[in-house]
Ligand binder design. Structure first.
Ligand SMILES: Nc1nc2c(c(=O)[nH]1)N[C@H]1C(S)=C(S)[C@@H](COP(=O)(O)O)O[C@H]1N2
Ligand SMILES: [Mo]
Length: 223
């Protein structure tokens, strides 16, 4: 009865165990039915959750009325655009709900923004394919650079609304960028210009030791 290679004391007990296990295999015993590995954690490495959006900037909150605000878009052969407030409101509206991660280690879950998608802006401006980076410039003298594909990511907005209300001045109103996939310093408040670039060039914090790309999931805080 014993097959080749069976230990000499293999007997009826072991046979029963083998049959039971074969039945379990046929029945799929222990399978949860979960198709995918568990979703990745919500908090990027080194972050902690806060309940409300802090105010962080260089210390001056420029007063930019909606009458005086404008956004200039240029570079890399893009059709030069200059939007005033009514131009901005005339664009198709986009909304996003996103977790925001700041390099100073706070994270806030589920912030709600509305505005115009950067993809829509790109479709209008049509920079040449050589455009690989973007520089953002703000009314307080701030600037920040990011790769064009990060700027163009799903969920990236030129935002005029936060939490269902006009974006408050301290959070960059009337208009700021929101790029949820990168640390929040890439999301320029009081946005006034977007320039497409072939070659990368550092912005305010990037000149002062911050990472060039700033992906929170790769913990790209500093250079
Ligand atoms: N124009 C401008 N944009 C800015 C900054 C700034 O100083 N000036 N600070 C950046 C940093 S470091 C952070 S964390 C976020 C903070 O945005 P909040 O004040 O709305 O939370 O804005 C970013 N955008
Ligand atoms: Mo920040």
């Amino acid at each position: 009865m014993a097959e080749d290679g069976d230990p000499p004391n293999a007997g009826p007990t072991r046979q029963k165990l083998v049959e039971t296990k074969q039945r379990w295999a046929r029945e799929g015993r222990g399978l949860t039915g979960a198709a995918a590995p568990p979703a990745r954690r919500r908090l990027p490495p080194g972050q902690h959750e806060v309940a409300t959006l802090p105010v962080l900037d260089l210390g001056t909150h420029p007063t930019v009325s909606t009458e005086l605000w404008s956004l200039t878009v240029a570079g890399c052969g893009a059709r030069p655009l200059k939007w005033d407030w009514s131009d901005l409101l005339a664009q198709p509206a986009a909304e996003v709900t996103a977790d925001i991660h700041c390099v100073t280690t706070w994270t806030i879950y589920g912030t709600r923004w509305a505005g115009v998608s950067t993809r829509h802006l790109l479709a209008l401006a049509q920079p040449r394919p050589e455009a690989r980076f973007v520089m953002l410039k703000s009314y307080d003298g701030y600037s920040t650079n990011l790769p064009l594909d990060r700027f163009a990511a799903e969920g990236a907005l030129i935002a005029h609304t936060f939490d269902g209300r006009p974006l408050p001045r301290e959070h960059g109103g009337p208009v700021r960028l929101v790029v949820p996939d990168l640390y929040f310093w890439k999301s320029a408040k009081w946005l006034r210009a977007i320039t497409f670039m072939e070659k990368d060039s550092p912005g305010y914090w990037e000149l002062r030791g911050y990472h060039d790309e700033g992906d929170p999931w790769r913990e790209e805080r500093y250079r």
